[in-house]
Design a protein around this ligand. Structure first.
Ligand SMILES: C[S@@+](CC[C@H](N)C(=O)[O-])C[C@H]1O[C@@H](n2cnc3c(N)ncnc32)[C@H](O)[C@@H]1O
Length: 189
């Protein structure tokens, strides 16, 4: 990213912090979102090794942890560049889970994971960095590890990055609202 892109990224982080402070993202807990989280959890149960380690990129307030039973994983690391959302996630004391503040553009995981998740996060990666970020995360996936990607609506300019991977699953989670749907894929290297 050039200097101007970095500046915009910094401003976006401040905006996310402000929105999390105001409760703007409380709607992620609405029942309409539940099937999205449950689809991700089913992919983990179906395609990952048992009790995997999980890295959730752009984890926000840790809403996925509100759905996933801690018996289904050995360790969960959520990261997000909004320190406000990370503080909220930490305050919930989810079992076997840790949360860190980091920017996805520069974040290098300190270990390998069995499951890496971009849950409504990949489209926020700057276009010039999408391939770099994906490659860096894939380098931290265990040999049998899986990548899970959830993207709101069509995800134009995103899905092609996962074409080279082996697709294990792909679903469109629909709702009663025509324009509210998510595409969710599971992949292996
Ligand atoms: C729509 S929210 C999804 C939150 C969570 N994955 C969920 O589904 O409950 C997108 C999240 O991506 C985070 N995000 C956006 N850009 C980011 C970046 N450059 N680095 C890390 N996190 C980022 C935001 O702070 C926000 O928490």
């Amino acid at each position: 990213m050039n200097l101007i892109d970095k500046f915009h990224n910094w401003r976006r982080r401040l905006r996310w912090n402000k929105q999390y402070r105001k409760g703007r993202w409380d709607n992620l807990r609405n029942p309409i979102e539940a099937e999205r989280y449950n689809t991700i959890i089913n992919y983990i149960k179906t395609h990952a090794k048992s009790e995997p380690s999980i890295l959730d990129l752009g984890a926000g307030e840790g809403v996925l942890n509100e759905y996933i039973n801690a018996e289904n994983f050995s360790y969960f690391l959520g990261m997000d560049f909004s320190d406000v959302s990370i503080q909220k996630a930490k305050a919930k004391n989810f079992p076997k889970a840790e949360f860190v503040t980091a920017d996805i553009h520069t974040y290098t995981p300190s270990q390998k994971f069995d499951v890496i998740i971009f849950n409504e996060a990949f489209y926020y990666v700057h276009d010039s960095e999408k391939q770099n970020v994906l490659d860096r995360m894939l380098a931290h996936l265990t040999d049998e590890g899986i990548l899970i990607v959830s993207i709101y609506r069509e995800g134009t300019g995103c899905w092609e990055y996962f074409d080279k991977m082996k697709q294990l699953d792909f679903t469109t989670v629909k709702t009663n609202e025509e324009k509210t749907y998510w595409k969710i894929g599971a992949y292996k290297q």
